[in-house]
Write a protein that binds this ligand. Structure first.
Ligand SMILES: [Ca+2]
Length: 220
């Protein structure tokens, strides 16, 4: 009888175009772990599309290194319209965001260490540009999770901050995308895929009840 280590069944690189991860219940465990061998970032752009009906706090994108659990993070606060973006453990709150429930949202966040400025984009609309942290890079072994927020490197999850819903089209770049490139992502036009995370050839691991499903197309 052939024996396959359990991990092998869940670690894969898959062409995910047209697919989504479904997080069907609130837990403190279920998540998707995204892998990159990159360990030094002087700038970041992360983009994803999400669909949820959560009005409580919840995580959208969590990147931790051994020295900083919130090295780059997108977090929807319970307060209406407020999205936090962390860089190097420092947060900026972006207020007045049209964060609709029960709809696909396109979200991107950028940061660069030279200026220390962040910007959030939601459904094509840019936010204010806000300062968080300048002068130091995101460095060290990088763990990225979807579905759970890391309070420690790869762990420290809290069900009350978990994501419930669907996530698709996750990309990450090691530079700040131009507004034009972000618009192309938001409009789902032809854009240059992420050079750190690329949804079209994503290296990921599913832990717990997360399903990889076809994105649903509604016919009229
Ligand atoms: Ca937390």
């Amino acid at each position: 009888m052939k024996f396959f280590p359990v991990e092998l069944l869940f670690v894969c690189v898959v062409y995910l175009s047209g697919k989504m991860f479904t997080f069907p219940q609130q837990t403190s465990t279920a998540h998707v772990k995204l892998s990159t061998t990159r360990e030094d970032f002087s700038a970041v752009t992360a983009c994803l599309r999400s669909f949820t009906d959560l009005s409580r706090n919840h995580i959208l994108f969590s990147l931790a290194t051994p020295s900083a659990a919130n090295d780059f993070l997108l977090f929807k606060k319970a307060a209406a319209g407020q999205i936090e973006v962390y860089a190097r453990d420092v947060t900026a709150v972006f207020d007045g965001q049209e964060y609709k429930l029960n709809a696909w949202l396109s979200v991107c966040a950028t940061w660069d260490s030279a200026s220390g400025l962040e910007q959030l984009w939601l459904n094509g609309k840019p936010s204010c540009r806000k300062f968080t942290s300048a002068g130091s890079n995101i460095t060290g072994h990088t763990i990225i999770t979807l579905g759970q927020e890391q309070d420690s490197h790869g762990g420290g999850f809290d069900a009350k901050q978990s994501f419930v819903g669907m996530i698709s089209d996750v990309h990450m770049w090691d530079h700040v995308l131009s507004p034009c490139e972000i618009s192309r992502y938001m409009d789902n036009l032809n854009f240059t895929p992420g050079n750190v995370l690329n949804w079209r050839e994503l290296d990921f691991q599913i832990i717990g009840r997360v399903l990889l499903e076809e994105k649903q197309n509604i016919c009229y």
